[in-house]
Write a protein that binds this ligand. Structure first.
Ligand SMILES: *Cc1c(COP(=O)(O)O)cnc(C)c1O
Length: 364
């Protein structure tokens, strides 16, 4: 093929996509990768064997399209989540990113607005803009919290079609009280999505927004197997909502969007949920160790209910990120001035990060 060197500007791209930049967490094969909030513990061997058995069975049926309704998987998610949910309340996709995309395809789109309190998950604006909707960034306090009154006022002023509440929030780690979710729901007419990608890392006694679902047909709670479940590479996310909400998502999904192999792997992983989740408490210990050590080094870690820590007091984030990179440790510069974000890894990885940071020098 004759290669013609053109730039994006030379193509008949949609006007509303011009000038946008794709999601771009750097990918680099460093020994200690703590940049995208994965669970760095591999799937235990016994669980991997069990999953492989189910994949082998599914493989014999790949000549046929998979179950379009992925019913066994929806049943498995319903029983994992509890809260009296059943399969009719559940939706799933190739990562919660696809689930969020389905929501925005059904409820956002051209002429509509999507609202979230920034800084928040960097995919929200991209997913909104991908459907032709306008992203409206709300504001947080300097400590990244939002008061209930302020949240209600901002939502009333923006009057959005879709509200994305990341709880706890990425990239800051900040918890979000249920009262705020309730108040935002009451103050809005649009769909309210609570993204609980990190809920399993929150204190055990902290209630999930799943408790708010009864009687709230515009509310959806999304989760992912990418973080707590150590399943990022399998691409499985899901949500719980009113069955009518799920029906709206059926209008926009591609037929057979979840492959038979994915369905088999996820069902088998869920059957092993206690083993898959056994590492969560260990990760929380490392997260709290990171916060305590960062503080001792003079940095300012923010409160985190997730598997990562955002810390301030970094004089030159790009230089510190690079110095860590040169020591084999990959973390994330999320673009917040004076800050960097690090994922809590295994005990050894966490030690490697803390030692590397200490060798770079102390805080600003
Ligand atoms: C990691 C993350 C997700 C999960 O994305 P997947 O597509 O399920 O891998 C969703 N929301 C937030 C806020 C995240 O940080």
């Amino acid at each position: 093929m004759v290669r013609v060197t053109v730039s994006l500007d030379d193509l008949p791209l949609r006007d509303d996509l011009r000038g946008l930049r794709p999601y771009g967490a750097p990918q680099a094969p460093l020994p200690v990768a703590l940049n995208v909030n994965e669970n760095t513990h591999p799937v235990p061997d016994a669980v991997a064997d069990d999953i492989l058995d189910d994949i082998a069975v599914a493989l014999h049926e790949v000549n046929r399209y998979p179950d379009r309704e992925f019913t066994p998987l929806r049943e498995a998610f319903a029983s994992y989540l509890g809260h009296d949910l059943d399969a009719a309340n559940i939706w799933a996709g190739n990562g919660s990113n696809e689930v969020l995309q389905h929501i925005l395809q059904a409820f956002a789109g051209p002429g509509r607005t999507v609202f979230g309190f920034a800084p928040t998950y960097s995919m929200y604006p991209l997913l909104a803009q991908g459907t032709g909707a306008r992203w409206v960034a709300g504001e947080r306090q300097p400590d990244y919290t939002v008061s209930v009154d302020d949240a209600v006022a901002q939502v009333a002023a923006a009057d959005p079609d879709v509200i994305l509440l990341c709880a706890p929030n990425n990239p800051t780690g900040t918890p979000l009280p249920l009262e705020l979710i309730e108040a935002v729901y009451e103050a809005s007419r649009g769909v309210v999505v609570v993204d609980e990608a990190y809920q399993e890392f929150a204190p055990h006694e902290s209630p999930s927004a799943l408790t708010l679902l009864p009687g709230r047909e515009r509310l959806a709670v999304s989760r992912t197997m990418s973080k707590a479940f150590a399943f990022a590479g399998a691409r499985v996310g899901y949500l719980a909502a009113d069955p009518a909400f799920i029906d709206a998502l059926r209008l926009v999904r591609l037929p057979y969007h979840l492959s038979g192999l994915t369905q088999a792997a996820a069902v088998a992983a869920l059957r092993n949920a206690p083993t898959m989740l056994a590492m969560v408490d260990e990760i929380v210990v490392q997260r709290d160790r990171i916060s305590a050590t960062l503080e001792a080094l003079g940095y300012r870690p923010h409160e985190s209910w997730t598997n990562f820590v955002l810390f301030g007091g970094v004089a030159d984030p790009a230089a510190t990120w690079r110095a860590l990179y040169d020591r084999g440790v990959l973390i994330r510069d999320v673009g917040i001035p004076g800050h960097l974000r690090v994922t809590a890894g295994t005990e050894a990885e966490t030690t490697a990060f803390l030692d590397a940071l200490a060798s770079v020098g102390s805080a600003a």
